[in-house]
Design a protein around this ligand. Structure first.
Ligand code: BTN
Length: 260
């Protein structure tokens, strides 16, 4: 699929993704929007209006991209990949989904990509990508999951940021957003389906292999501090604090390595 794109023509591998995904996910479609406020907001609006079909929605440009904890997500058209996967999902336990998504994306892209609990992708302590998962309920107990992912593709100046972001092109020279999407999307759908059946257990060792906080001193946004000791069976972050080993599961808490 070819679009005008905000910074020149872009050819998206919509058909190749559809062919890889549709057999395992009936009704799946791929949609490319030149501009939208936020691909997550768009799919959440659709879900609340009763539309629960599985879709991969790519936003070439977001005017109001959203991050975790009420933050914004700033992405430059052409220099970023921003998309959301929306699908009905019914795992027995939702805990650890964002970690599983991080594992899937990192494994699809590069061995040097680390995972920073709960859902950031890092390269050498610089943020490469973020994940925002939201759900809407429909019908009796069923939920529609919106898995939003933003990835820095090209190196950009770090204006206004405390640390410059990492860029995928730093690991995979010459890569552009469409090629990155083709690497990520089919495996992401498969991994989300594995998560639905098997939960976080299927991803725990894979997360630990890329855990950038492991054995590091960390500070939590709620004032606690300690040493990170991997993740529990439910994906909670295990931190050895002055009060003993604590499992941090609240997605409202952010964590960062302590200044060394
Ligand atoms: C974070 O690190 O705080 C999460 C960032 C998530 C950004 C992506 S970009 C695609 C999707 N649409 C949004 O508005 N947010 C997510």
């Amino acid at each position: 699929m070819r679009t005008a794109g905000p910074s020149g023509p872009v050819t998206w591998p919509a058909e190749a993704i559809w062919e890889a995904v549709a057999p395992a996910l009936p009704g799946f479609t791929v949609e490319i929007l030149p501009e939208v406020d936020s691909s997550n907001s768009e799919l959440m609006r659709r879900a609340r209006a009763g539309r629960d079909e599985p879709v991969l929605l790519v936003a070439e440009r977001q005017t109001a991209g959203r991050g975790r904890l009420g933050r914004g997500w700033d992405s430059a058209a052409g220099a970023s990949l921003t998309f959301s996967l929306g699908l009905p999902l019914a795992p027995a336990d939702w805990s650890g989904l964002s970690l599983a998504v991080g594992v899937s994306v990192a494994e699809s892209l590069h061995p040097a990509i680390g995972l920073k609990w709960p859902n950031d992708l890092w390269v050498r302590d610089h943020k490469l990508a973020g994940i925002l998962i939201e759900t809407a309920s429909f019908g009796a107990g069923a939920r529609y999951a919106v898995i939003g992912i933003g990835i820095n593709i090209a190196v950009r100046p770090a204006s206004g940021l405390s640390t410059p972001p990492a860029a995928l092109a730093g690991l995979l020279p010459g890569i552009e957003a469409p090629a990155a999407l083709l690497r990520i999307a089919p495996a992401l759908v498969r991994d989300v389906q594995v998560f639905e059946q098997a939960g976080f257990a299927a991803f725990r060792l894979r997360f630990e292999a890329r855990d950038v906080l492991r054995d590091r001193a960390v500070t939590l946004s709620d004032g606690r501090s300690g040493t990170a000791h991997g993740v529990g069976e439910d994906g909670s972050l295990l931190v050895h604090t002055a009060a003993g080993l604590q499992a941090i599961s609240s997605s409202e808490v952010s964590v960062r390595p302590a200044a060394s």
